[in-house]
Design a binder for this molecule. Sequence first.
Ligand code: HEC
Ligand code: HEC
Length: 277
Amino acid sequence: MKKLLFAAAGVLALSLPAQDAAARPTIEELQKRAVLDDYEANVLFGYNIVMDSNRYAPRYAGNALRCSSCHLDGGTRPDGFPLFVAGVYPKWRAKNGVRNSLEMRIRDCFLYSLSGVMPPEEAPEVLAVSAYISYLSYGKSIGTPPQGWGVPTLPETGADPDPARGQAVFRRACTLCHGADGAGTAVAPPLWGFQSFNAGSGMNVVPRLAGFIWANMPMGAERSLTHQEALDVAAFLHIQHRPFDPREGRLRKLAEEIYHGLSRLFGARAPAAPTGR
Ligand code: HEC
Ligand code: HEC
């Protein structure tokens, strides 16, 4: 009898997260409600930032992308860098060498992937995205990565990624939506150039980019490229011009060069030092 009770309690405990997830209002429901509590309003704000970063977080977004350009379907698509990841944070990251809170992690994507400005951790925009990520993570386990985390890791193909072959793949399979010059069109965002992610973005790593492309592109014909084609086209995207990695401090170097150039210029033309009167 006792055993049976325990078993019943176990079943109940197991079914609880599922019930919670079912009780979660959908985004459409939240959008229709006349009154939202503080938490719900924050979730909706976070959703709006992910779907339209330039409109809802203009002071931190820096290019033509939105979070959902890479975190597909508003962060709900498995294998498309999903955002139902609250359960794996805080998490150590090699990129900055410390354990990152979810909020710290969000800031990085503003700086590198949106090629913008790093917001403070307590910025309303960051807290809103954090609330939205927690909302997406309802019913997911805590402490272990969820199913479909990140993008698939492609198996070894035995051949190096080749940008020249990649260019052919690009022309055949990508230009229709992303444009012949990769600068984006009305239907798809830019893949390189000043309006794209910068060189420090996690997207600018060939194997990861290849995993994303293979699982999610060409949109509508996902997984139709071979692994090698995905690697090749990723290598082709990788060698294109894009905003520099802000960690390299190139803007500062440029400023210094201009400054020194100007002072040389003015130094040469400078009138003789005043002969103190
Ligand atoms: C250019 C593509 C791109 C855009 C745009 C982008 N991200 Fe990311 N994001 C990535 C990649 C790639 C990763 C995972 C790789 C890594 O760790 O660097 C990532 C990881 C994350 C993670 C951690 C996910 C995990 O699995 O641990 C969060 C949270 C996140 N991004 C939030 C955002 C938010 C919020 C925005 C918009 C403000 C945004 N990202 C915009 C590419 C992008
Ligand atoms: C049918 C249209 C379509 C085709 C074809 C297509 N894409 Fe995309 N791609 C999109 C859309 C739309 C998004 C952004 C998704 C969003 O904002 O919801 C996107 C996003 C991306 C992104 C992440 C965001 C960015 O701009 O960097 C990459 C990388 C990408 N595509 C690569 C490719 C590659 C490589 C190919 C060719 C193999 C390709 N795509 C073919 C529609 C397409």
